[in-house]
Design a protein around this ligand. Structure first.
Ligand SMILES: CC(C)(COP(=O)(O)OP(=O)(O)OC[C@H]1O[C@@H](n2cnc3c(N)ncnc32)[C@H](O)[C@@H]1OP(=O)(O)O)[C@@H](O)C(=O)NCCC(=O)NCCS
Length: 284
C-alpha cells in the first residue's frame, strides 16, 4: 500500500498494537508486548501510514530458529499488501541475523497468505479450553529454582528444537509461583508455566519427557492449586497422542485449530510428543 512504511515496533507503540489485536480478541496485554520486545527488541515490526500504526508483527528468535506471530493489519486496509510488506521486512531481518528456519501458527483462513510467501505446512495445533479443580499436593512437583535452569533448558531444547534460555529465564522470574518443575532424583522430567488472570489461567510452555507422562498430569494438578484458578486455556500439538487423551479425559473443548508452518531450512523440528502447551501462538 503506497505510503506505508514498515519500521521497528517500539515500546511507545504498545497501546496501538493492543488496540489492533483487541479487534480480534487475541487478549494481548502490555506485559505480553513488553516481554516480546525485551526478547527481540529489533525483531518486532509496525506498519505505519500517515503517522498511524496500521499493522503489527512480532518475531522471537531462538538461535537458528525464529517464531513469527501476532500478524495483524487494520481492517480498513486489509487485502492491500500491507501484511505482505511486513512479512517480507521481518523475513529479511531474520535472514540477516542468521536465522535459518522461521515457523508460525497460522489461522486456517490465513494459510494461503503465508503459502504465497513460501511457508509450508507442518502439523496442526489445537487450542483447548476447560474447567479445572485443584487436587492434593503433588510429590516431586515444586516451583522452579535458579539451579534448575541449565538442565531445564537442555531438556526443553530436546522437544522444542532449539535453546529457549532467554524466554525460560524471563518466565522463571516473571511467574515465580506458577512456574513448576517435576523432578525425580535430581532429574527434571518436565515443567509447566501458568499466567493466571482472575479465575482463569493461560498455560504454556508445558513440556514433559514422553517417558514421564504421569508428570504431565502432576504438573497440571499442582499448577491449578498454585494459581488458585478454575479455568484453563492452552494450545498443544495434535501430534501429541498423550495430550489428546488428557484433554479428552478432562472434557476440555476445542476452541480452534491453527497450522504450524515453516519457511527456510527444514531443521530443528523438535519432538511434539514432549510438547503439552506452546509458549504462545506467536512465540512457539
Ligand atoms: C492476514 C492479514 C495479516 C493479511 O494482511 P493483509 O494486509 O490483508 O494481506 P495482503 O494484502 O498482503 O494479502 C492479502 C491476502 O491475505 C489473505 N487474508 C487472510 N485474511 C484476510 C482478510 N481478513 N482480509 C483480506 N485478506 C485476508 C488473503 O489470502 C489475501 O489474499 P487474496 O487477495 O488472494 O485473497 C490480515 O488480513 C489480517 O489482519 N487478518 C486478521 C488477523 C489474522 O487473521 N492474522 C493472521 C493470524 S495467523
Amino acid at each position: 500500500m503506497e505510503g506505508t512504511r514498515v519500521r521497528r515496533l517500539e515500546k511507545r507503540d504498545i497501546a496501538a498494537a493492543i488496540a489492533l489485536t483487541d479487534l480480534e480478541a487475541w487478549g494481548y496485554t502490555t506485559a505480553d508486548f513488553r516481554r516480546l520486545l525485551d526478547l527481540s527488541p529489533e525483531g518486532c515490526f509496525a506498519a505505519e501510514l500517515r503517522g498511524r500504526v496500521v499493522g503489527v508483527l512480532t518475531t522471537t528468535t531462538y538461535g537458528p530458529l525464529a517464531f513469527l506471530g501476532a500478524v495483524i493489519v487494520s481492517p480498513d486496509l486489509r487485502g492491500k499488501g500491507v501484511g505482505q510488506q511486513m512479512m517480507e521486512a521481518a523475513l529479511r531481518h531474520l535472514q540477516e541475523t542468521g536465522v535459518r528456519t522461521v515457523r508460525l501458527y497460522a489461522y486456517l483462513n490465513a494459510v494461503r497468505f503465508y503459502e504465497r510467501l513460501g511457508f509450508q505446512a507442518e502439523y496442526e495445533v489445537v487450542r483447548w479450553h476447560g474447567g479445572a479443580t485443584a487436587g492434593a499436593g503433588q510429590p516431586g512437583v515444586r516451583p522452579v529454582r535458579r539451579a534448575d535452569l541449565d538442565g531445564l533448558v537442555r531438556m526443553d531444547a530436546t522437544y522444542f528444537g532449539s535453546d529457549r534460555r532467554a524466554l525460560i529465564t524471563r518466565l522463571a522470574k516473571e511467574f515465580a509461583n506458577t512456574f513448576l518443575v517435576a523432578e525425580r532424583a535430581g532429574h527434571v522430567r518436565g515443567f509447566i508455566v501458568g499466567n493466571a488472570s482472575g479465575t482463569s489461567c493461560e498455560i504454556g510452555p508445558w513440556v514433559v519427557e514422553p517417558t514421564s507422562k504421569d508428570a504431565a498430569q502432576d504438573l497440571f494438578t499442582a499448577l491449578v492449586g498454585a494459581a488458585g484458578i478454575s479455568e484453563v486455556a492452552f494450545g498443544g500439538p495434535s501430534r501429541n497422542g498423550a495430550l489428546l487423551k488428557f484433554v479428552q479425559g478432562h472434557g476440555f473443548k476445542e476452541v480452534f485449530r491453527s497450522l504450524r508452518m515453516r519457511w527456510g531450512a527444514d531443521e530443528v523440528p523438535g519432538n511434539p510428543e514432549g510438547i503439552w502447551a506452546l509458549g504462545g501462538l506467536e512465540k512457539g
